[in-house]
Design a protein around this ligand. Structure first.
Ligand code: SF4
Ligand code: SF4
Length: 383
């Protein structure tokens, strides 16, 4: 990475930001966020650092600003450091929510229907909808059947499923494992992996993020450095960041980056046959964390040529905005659905490749003809 220097306020990042593009509010642009965070650091008189961090916190941590910035500046990185310098009690609760999620998340999903939706204030209604979306929907009829040939060389693999799959959608783990079996890979146990650590970093808990990275790296090394097969864009993004955390030597970092393997990149040789269940215009939501290159869309488009991408940039799930700014987060999700409805009028059946996007878009799915639009991971639609 090039040396980072301060923000010049050039504005190259402004239109890359989904929050700015949705709200058209200058103060929510990455340029403004870099500005207020720099002010907060300097302790400018008359500016409340807490308010600066709160303003910069209207960020879904997509890092589209980083891709656009000639100085390689990332708002999420600056925000993480600012939050770390100003610890809050909420961070403790967030850490526990993630750490104890194997029990807490399914419990929240079960309890959500008991809360009287219409009587709740809007913020709580949004949280209830998010908890409801944690319950898996009925199994989808497959859109595609896959014939997967064995790889010429036996590859050693381990699946990194991430928190959503391991705690809420074990069917994704099973589907991914089935593909790896058909590919003839040597599959290792993933039982020593923990959270990718991305959400801890977004919330300013950089030590917890490093701790998670170290646990995952130790498990990978202990297995003899197999290919780490991932089917969630946000997990891929966070796992690749380990190489920049200063916790690996250069060779180890290179091996790690080579090992992190999006599952869809292993499917180039598979033969896919369309079933009658696929919609005439399948829609795809591209997760922000794929950045400029989305291997899931490349593969899906090759087997579903009619597939169109939704035009909106972000589902609003990322970072901790869903907790701190639930209304804005819900607005982004609604805009995202609108962008998908534009591409496929009528009832929308959409696919994506990120656990967070699935949960967020399911929580905010509007209805068409009395039936809620559907969003699934692409693994849900193959047999
Ligand atoms: S990370 Fe995304 S949402 Fe946050 S400032 Fe950058 S572009 Fe905007
Ligand atoms: S963050 Fe980068 S792209 Fe955005 S205004 Fe500053 S220097 Fe320019």
């Amino acid at each position: 990475m090039a040396e980072q220097r301060g923000c010049t306020q050039c504005g190259a990042c402004v239109n890359a930001c989904p929050v700015f593009r949705h709200t058209r509010r200058e103060e929510y642009s990455p340029k403004a966020k870099q500005g207020v965070l720099a002010f907060a650091d300097k302790g400018e008189p008359g500016l409340d650092p807490k308010k600066c961090v709160a303003l910069a916190g209207r960020c879904v941590c997509c890092e589209r600003c980083l891709l656009a910035c000639p100085r390689n500046l990332s708002v999420p990185e600056a925000l993480s450091k600012a939050r770390q310098r100003r610890p809050r009690l909420g961070q403790y609760f967030w850490r526990e929510w993630i750490r104890r999620g194997a029990v807490a998340w399914p419990l929240a999903a079960k309890a959500a229907p008991l809360a009287p939706g219409v009587l709740l204030p809007e913020r709580l209604r949004i949280l209830r909808a998010s908890a409801l979306a944690m319950t898996p929907p009925p199994r989808a009829k497959p859109w595609l059947t896959l014939e997967v040939s064995r790889m010429s060389k036996r590859l050693k693999t381990v699946i990194f499923g991430g928190c959503t799959a391991t705690r809420l959608r074990p069917v994704w783990m099973k589907a991914a494992d089935g593909i790896l079996e058909k590919l003839g890979t040597e599959r290792c146990s993933a039982s020593g992996f923990t959270c990718c650590g991305g959400t801890y970093a977004h919330a300013g808990m950089l030590e917890s993020s490093r701790e998670a990275a170290k646990i995952n790296l130790a498990w990978w090394r202990g297995l003899g450095k197999p290919a780490v097969v991932v089917f969630c864009a946000s997990c891929v993004h966070s796992l690749r960041r380990y190489a920049q955390m200063g916790i690996m030597d250069r060779l180890d970092a290179r091996e790690w980056l080579n090992a992190v393997t999006p599952l869809s990149t292993l499917l180039g040789g598979a033969k896919a046959t369309l079933t009658n269940n696929a919609p005439s215009v399948p829609v795809y939501h591209s997760p922000c964390h794929w950045g400029d290159s989305d291997p899931d869309f490349v593969w899906l488009k090759s087997v579903l040529p009619e597939m169109v991408k939704g035009v909106s940039l972000c589902c609003g799930f990322g970072g901790v905005m869903k907790l701190l700014e639930p209304l804005l987060s819900a607005d982004l999700a609604s805009a995202c659905w609108k962008g998908m409805e534009d591409g496929s009028p009528g009832h929308v059946s959409a696919l994506t490749g990120c656990g967070g996007c699935v949960l967020q878009l399911a929580a905010h799915a509007p209805e068409h003809g009395g039936k809620a639009h559907e969003i699934r991971h692409w693994l849900d639609c193959i047999a």
